[in-house]
Design a binder for this molecule. Structure first.
Ligand code: ATR
Length: 276
C-alpha cells in the first residue's frame, strides 16, 4: 500500500521490508538514520524495544508505550529539525535524530468510525485479549471516553495489569474482568484466535451470546472472514475486519513522513489486491 501511495504522490521513494533481529534493532535504526532513510515502521517485538532508542517521543508513542512509526529528522544550520522526507535545505543535514510515533491506536478508532459508524464516548465494550494489541485498544478506548470496559483474556494476570493501568490513568472508565450480563455497544477481538482455520471462537458464547453485541470488530484481517465475523454476520450484526485498521495505521504513518495527505483510496485498493 505504501509503494502504491508513493507512486500516486510522485515520490521517488521505496517502502521495503527488513527482517531485523531484536538484539540488533539499535544498530539497524542507526544504520537507517546514517543512510538518510525517511522513516521506518516497526512491528512486534520491536515496537516496545524502540521506545528507549528514540531521541523524541510523540505523545502517541509515550501514551501507549510503543513505537510503530519512526520519522528521521535532520538538523538545519539554525539548529531546528526538519523531517528528512520534507527536507528543503540546500545542504545535507549534519545530524539526524529519531522521532517515535504510534499510529495504531488512532487507526483503531478511525476504523470503528468509518466501518461501523461507531463512536466511543459513553459506550460499553467487551474487549477480548490483553496482549500487545489488546492493551493498546483498552487504553485508547478508556482514553476516548468509553464508560464501561469488559476485559476478557485467557491469562487473567495480563487483563489485571491492563485494568490496573486504566484505573490509574483513566479512572472514569469502569473496568470489569468478566463477560457482561447485559448488551454492549461493541465486541472487539484483539486475540489471535481466528488467524488459523481450526481456531475456536475467541469468546464463550454460552456466557455472552453474540446477539448481545450491537456491533463486532475483529482486528484480524487475514482471513477476511474469521469464524467470529461469520457468526456475527449470521446473527445480523454490523461487523468489520481489521483491514481498515491496517490501512489507517499506514495512511497516518505516510502523512507523518511526507507531511501530505495520504492517497487513502489508492492505498486501500493496493491492500485489497495484495490480500486477496
Ligand atoms: P498481539 O500483539 O497481536 O496482541 P500477543 O501480545 O501475543 O499478540 O497477544 C495475543 C492475544 O491472543 C493474547 O490476548 C492471548 O492471550 P494470553 O494473554 O492468555 O496469551 C490471546 N490468545 C492467543 N492464543 C490464544 C488461545 N489459544 N486461547 C485464548 N487466547 C489466546
Amino acid at each position: 500500500m505504501h509503494n502504491a501511495a508513493l507512486a500516486a504522490l510522485g515520490l521517488n521513494w521505496r517502502y521495503l521490508a527488513f527482517p531485523v533481529p531484536p538484539d540488533q534493532l539499535r544498530e539497524a535504526l542507526a544504520g537507517a538514520a546514517a543512510m538518510r532513510f525517511v522513516g521506518v515502521n516497526l512491528t512486534v517485538p520491536h515496537k516496545r524495544l524502540a521506545l528507549d532508542m528514540m531521541d523524541q517521543l510523540d505523545e502517541s508513542a509515550r501514551a501507549w508505550g510503543a513505537v510503530n512509526t519512526v520519522r528521521f529528522e535532520g538538523q538545519r544550520a539554525d539548529g531546528t529539525w526538519q523531517p528528512i522526507g520534507q527536507w528543503t535545505e540546500p545542504e545535507e543535514p549534519a545530524r539526524v535524530r529519531m522521532h517515535g510515533f504510534n499510529t495504531d491506536a488512532d487507526a483503531l478508532l478511525q476504523a470503528l468510525a468509518e466501518d461501523l459508524q461507531w463512536q466511543p464516548r459513553g459506550r460499553s465494550v467487551l474487549l477480548l485479549g490483553a496482549g500487545g494489541a489488546g492493551r493498546v485498544a483498552a487504553l485508547k478506548l478508556a482514553a476516548s471516553g468509553v464508560a464501561r470496559l469488559y476485559l476478557v483474556n485467557r491469562t487473567l494476570d495480563k487483563a489485571r495489569a491492563v485494568a490496573e493501568e486504566i484505573r490509574t490513568r483513566y479512572p472514569e472508565c469502569q473496568v470489569t474482568l468478566d463477560y457482561p450480563h447485559e448488551p454492549v455497544d461493541l465486541l472487539l477481538n484483539a486475540t489471535s484466535l481466528g488467524l488459523r482455520p481450526q481456531d475456536p471462537l475467541p469468546l464463550d458464547t454460552a456466557r455472552f451470546p453474540l446477539r448481545l453485541a450491537a456491533a463486532v470488530y475483529d482486528m484480524i484481517y487475514r482471513p477476511a472472514e474469521t469464524p467470529l465475523l461469520q457468526a456475527a454476520r449470521a446473527a445480523g450484526q454490523p461487523a468489520a475486519n481489521g483491514l481498515s485498521m491496517l490501512l489507517y495505521q499506514g495512511t497516518r504513518a505516510l502523512e507523518i513522513w511526507t507531511g501530505q495527505p495520504a492517497p487513502v483510496a489508492v492505498m486501500r485498493r493496493a491492500l485489497m489486491e495484495h490480500l486477496h
